[in-house]
Design a protein around this ligand. Sequence first.
Ligand code: BES
Ligand code: ZN
Ligand code: ZN
Length: 495
Amino acid sequence: MKTRVECASIADYKCDLLVVNLFEGVKQPGGAAGAADKALNGLISKLCRDGEIDGKLGKVTLIHCPGRLRAQKVAVVGLGKKEKFDLEKVRTVAAAVIKKAREVKAKTVATILHGAGIGGLDPEEAAKAVVEGSVLGIYKFSGYAKEKEEPDFEVESLSLIECDKGKIPAIKRGAELGRIIAEAENHARDLVNAPSNKMSPSQFAGLAKKIAKINGLGFITLDPKAEGMGALWAVARGSNEPPRLVALEYKGNPGSKEKTALIGKGITFDSGGISLKPSQKMHEMKSDMAGAAAVLGVMSLLSDLKPKKNIIGIMPLTENMPSGHATKPGDVVSSLAGYTIEVLNTDAEGRMILADAVTYAKKKGATEIIDVATLTGGCITALGDAASGVIGNDQKLIDRLLEAANLCGQKMWQLPLYDEYKESLKSPIADLKNTGESGKASPSTGAAFIDKFVGETPWAHIDIAGTAYLEKARGYLPQGATGVPVRTLIEYLNA
Ligand code: BES
Ligand code: ZN
Ligand code: ZN
């Protein structure tokens, strides 16, 4: 879907579907929509009086005879309650509309900027949110089926229409930024939705290499075993797929020593290992590399975004499988940092691979670390699929992350890192064990494990176990992979 910005009046704009909007409780379209066409205006008012149009958030009503407009059809979308209106509602509304466009087979769609007029939002921000909501909302994983129930229909273009020429440059900036960010998040979704036999560690590493090349980023791929990454290797050794540690580097501020490391958990399939998971939902564990996918998604747009920061994206990649070669509960292994780990549960593998990745990040000179991981079922128990958990050792970093998350509608909630959780990881025979007490605060004990390897470096850990992969579609989020938290990380890096 192409996105465009055009200086035009919606009355004269030729398209298959024209999108106008209405707040809840309002009986007549205002702003650009109201001024467009008397007949349309009258029709919408009548439908409001009849109760067919009520302005409820995301409700779309189609009108087939839009007066003297040059559009084939008009979609009236509800913006919800005016006092609750914000950029997240813009994304939700844009997604509802673009799905309707696909349903009614509209190839060319034109929309007014939701919220930029009466809604009081900044036009650049509103344009960014409209494009984000549309591009994220129209996403569909293409899959592998030869036979399809219905041939795929693609909306060809989305035009943002604004009649005030002065606002056009800002709208163009917002729309372009929204497009590249949403496309990066969709790309991350594709990687997560791909099954593990099509997204092995080597296949993921191959993709990362391509992305590095296209974007002029530094690229390193390592054999974890040869590098002494004993914690990562302990997870990988049960699998027939060779593990990898991949790093992509972007230098946006070569004069500075500051370097942000983004680390993504890349378990391309988590069976649990010898501590085998129940089979019921095991197939969903193809999504256990969502952290790595998000990091790769972010790295893929840095050359477009050009933040003045040095950023290294680190992705430890492996399967977690049971076999005669696999690590067994009770085994003790040596990490890259030198600490020995008693592996009490082979299903607590994310923290193991992150431990070595964190040590690697510090060796590469990271002055700030953010890791992203589908780490614990406990995070789903605590926050459901509504919010990711954030835990770390630096409140300023956490606050900035929470603010970035809030701006882009990817909810995050801070969980604690008390000393008690660190205490619970003491082992009688090694420097630490990989699990605390069963059923107790696993998101925090998981973070406490990583903390041991992080040391003093400012660090935040984002647990996306609940938010990375959805059972049911919601707003601009599809069923399956969501691409969380690509937008938050970009917002954070671009601030
Ligand atoms: N990948 C899982 C966490 C997970 C569960 C993500 C469900 C998404 C959906 C992780 O490796 C895991 O198994 N964690 C264990 C840790 C426990 C053994 C301390 C868990 O949460 O049960
Ligand atoms: Zn696991
Ligand atoms: Zn896992």
